[in-house]
Design a protein around this ligand. Sequence first.
Ligand SMILES: Cc1cc2nc3c(=O)[nH]c(=O)nc-3n(C[C@H](O)[C@H](O)[C@H](O)COP(=O)(O)O)c2cc1C
Length: 404
Amino acid sequence: MKNDYPHIFSPLTVKNMTIKNRIVMMPMGTNYGEQNGEMSFLHINYYEQRAKGGTGLIIVENASIDSPQGSNGTTQLRIDHDNYLPRLFKFCENIHRYGTKIAIQINHAGASAVSSRINMQPVSASDVPSKEGGEIPRPLSKDEILHIVKKYGEAAKRAQTAGFDAVEIHAGHSYLISQFLSPITNKRTDEFGGSVENRTRFCRMVIDEVRKQVGPFFPIMLRLSADELMEGGNTLEDTLEYLDYLQEEVDIFDVSCGLNGSIQYQIDANYLPDGWRSYMAKAVREKFNKPCISMGNARDPKVAERILADGDADLIGMGRGLIADPAWVNKVATGHECDLRKCISCNVGCAGNRPIRCTVNPSVLEGDVYKKKHVNKNCNVVVIGGGTAKEHRKTSASSIRISS
Ligand SMILES: Cc1cc2nc3c(=O)[nH]c(=O)nc-3n(C[C@H](O)[C@H](O)[C@H](O)COP(=O)(O)O)c2cc1C
């Protein structure tokens, strides 16, 4: 079948990973984890739906490399102990059945951790909160920094052992590495603060340790806030400069943006057009000539195709779009674009401290299972209000009447 999206549906090989198409599910904390940080069967179900739906690469939500100190979220995944391996292994086995590649994002929350959850004062580069009115963190000592670097390496090795195809280091979004990179939160006067080289030192040590643990052929991805979009923060030009110190061992740049104080750009507000931030990935790609992911309200396949065709990015990241429609890729691949259930960027069900829900997808975990349910006798259904109800179609019960 001829497809209108040749760039979306072309494979990409990075080191020993071949991704079957260019659509990447972005890491998104789900709060589906077990109380002890283990991956749950809800997780497996949820990600499996997105793999079954044709997604090329899934980046599993941020997993803590050092709990409790480095953890965030209510039931965040952990990857800081071998106890977590069996469930992660089971997960990888399940996802690979669909030909989807999988990475996992490894992270230390730094000052974005909350003391009431971790039972200690959060840590950071300096004593600067990660958001206005946030808790004052304790600056890390050099020995502690070295300890955390080792923990990143161990976590990456664990990911490789579990069967992941790649690992993503989270260096953006106001978490620990980003707190070292950003002049807003790094006020240190030792070798980890001040100059660009010094601010990148911690991240570089993390990347080097991860590479040492996973070997030369395993892809390392680096997630960035390429423009922090905050007064006094790193601009895109600053990022292009500091990446000179970081790029060598990075195989894919995941070009995000924004900090806690500019969250409307990081988890794109609904007024921002599809793919609005692809110029950031373009700049990184042009300078370093390495594969880049661009994301941000990417819901329209035409826009995704254009970004790829123009060479602005190599991969299109989709976060909420795949919560809303796990079968986005398969629908586009088979010419069923008109059936896409597009995210409306409302952040009502997904962004928060509760398990993910979605205002346009009542079945985030089970996929299309609901279609098998039939009403036994004819009935009248009244949908009060318009919005998404307008797109409802007649399904199993032919006599259902929709009035809005
Ligand atoms: C519920 C939710 C959780 C998120 N969790 C993470 C995370 O764990 N790590 C991360 O790097 N970004 C996280 N993000 C940001 C997404 O990865 C993504 O970059 C952002 O949502 C923009 O893409 P989208 O418009 O396609 O959703 C999260 C976003 C949402 C909505």
